[in-house]
Design a protein around this ligand. Sequence first.
Ligand code: SAM
Ligand code: DTB
Ligand code: SF4
Length: 331
Amino acid sequence: MRTDWTRDEIAALFDLPFTELLFRAAQVHRAHHAPDQVQLCTLLSIKTGGCPEDCGYCAQSVKADSGVEATKLMDVREVLQSAAQAKDAGSQRFCMGAAWRNPKDRDMPAIVEIVKGVRAMGMETCMTLGMLTPKQAGMLAEAGLDYYNHNIDTSPERYGDIITTRSLDERLETLDHVRSAGINVCSGGIVGMGETRADRVAFIHTLATLPRHPESVPVNALVPIRGTVLGDMLADTPLAKIDDIEFVRTVAAARITMPMSMVRLSAGRESMSESTQALCFMAGANSIFTGDRLLTAANAGDDADAALFDKLGLAPLEGAEPLRACAAQTV
Ligand code: SAM
Ligand code: DTB
Ligand code: SF4
């Protein structure tokens, strides 16, 4: 797989006539994935709020006045109950998020138990816990964690406007520890934070030129949450909302530059039309979050998704075994 994409090449993809870009992305998608299948994933916030980081989009930052209450890490048993419910509802992948800058070593035994328990149910596991040390990444790998989510969020140029309490380099360092531990990398970002197209190009470029592509690339549309810097900005200037076609272009660019990766249509579907979501699937998105809640924000809900799948003739991804980081990308 090519990891030597230039920004100019990616900008040229974004500049293509929309139907041409969509056609090319769909061709790449078909070569590597079943175009009529979409993976169903469920999110659970296992530790909510009170996060010391200042990510301008996030309701869980202590800097946000969003009304989200801080909680402690959930009991292992409760998490496993939630995972079992998600599995019963047809979900194949269980993604767990904690509002931490980084996990403390004393949190790790419970986290390890959770990973083992969810895996034992036959679900794919993903965790997002903030920055990791190499030792913590090793513990998660040993527990059998399939993916670790750690987003780069935006372009290198814009990173410091969105988050000041950590750097992009620190983010990349954790991705390196995850990769070295043999866990699949899940890394993407958010579109619609008032960035330019050049930022979106640079965001995709950063991911597509990592030494190995992330096996999983979540593309979130900003969910504007009142009390966060970016949520307030968007609520006060509705014209700043990302154009749907530009969002689809970003999904298509991710698909073309990272052909084997799971491209995940993540947050923001609730305010997207069915037609826009259909275009995202055409452009190569092959995963969604189901259920009526993301971490803190509302999500489309199972009934709406079942109706959408029915309308579009889509089926849940069949029996996919998680990729293993070491075996991936041999094509
Ligand atoms: N604390 C961990 C971290 O930041 O890596 C994990 C949780 S964090 C909520 C996971 C990701 O969710 C963020 O990196 C961001 O890309 C996405 N996210 C958070 N709030 C969002 C929002 N309001 N709209 C869209 N995506 C959001
Ligand atoms: C990702 O990229 N998107 C998910 C998951 N990784 C953890 C989180 C979306 C959060 C949306 C806002 C909220 O629920 O607070
Ligand atoms: Fe904390 Fe993650 Fe939210 Fe940033 S995105 S404030 S690190 S929970």
